[in-house]
Design a binder for this molecule. Structure first.
Ligand SMILES: [Zn+2]
Length: 139
């Protein structure tokens, strides 16, 4: 078996919110849209990476979430303008609030995933940790 045979692609593991280092363990313990809220795992179940790299690390995800919200607001406002052509501000306020509330679980989850995948220096994919018989921790 070649060493590259156990590599896992980045985008599917990003979309399924897997660990950024081994791409096997789950970042979140439950589903995105549920009544009990989202619960993030403290460590990766596969490679034992601690997801909160330092205390308060996920405060940075607020900035990512803010950028995602702005992009969603602009998209919703553009869609209202194109679809209705209305200049009534209450249509914009109502639809943008509904979009913001309905996408807040999505923003919460993927702001953290984006932070861990692309905005954390020194955290990279280690293909050797994707193997089934992984017991080590390179840190
Ligand atoms: Zn992992």
């Amino acid at each position: 078996m070649k060493p590259d045979n156990y590599k896992i692609a980045a985008w599917p593991s990003f979309l399924h919110a897997k660990c950024p280092r081994c791409r096997r363990g789950k970042l979140f313990a439950n589903s995105m849209y549920g009544f009990e809220g989202q619960k993030m795992n403290n460590t990766c179940g596969h490679c034992h990476l601690t997801f909160e790299i330092e205390p308060g690390y996920f405060y940075v995800a607020m900035f990512v979430s803010y950028a995602m919200n702005v992009a969603e607001f602009i998209t919703a406002a553009g869609a209202i303008n194109v679809l209705t052509g209305s200049s009534n501000p209450w249509i914009y306020v109502t639809v943008i609030l509904a979009v913001s509330l309905s996408l807040s679980p999505f923003n919460f989850r993927y702001s953290r995933v984006i932070l861990l995948y692309w905005l954390t220096p020194g955290l990279h994919y280690h293909p050797e940790l994707s193997k089934d018989n992984n017991v080590g921790n390179p840190q």
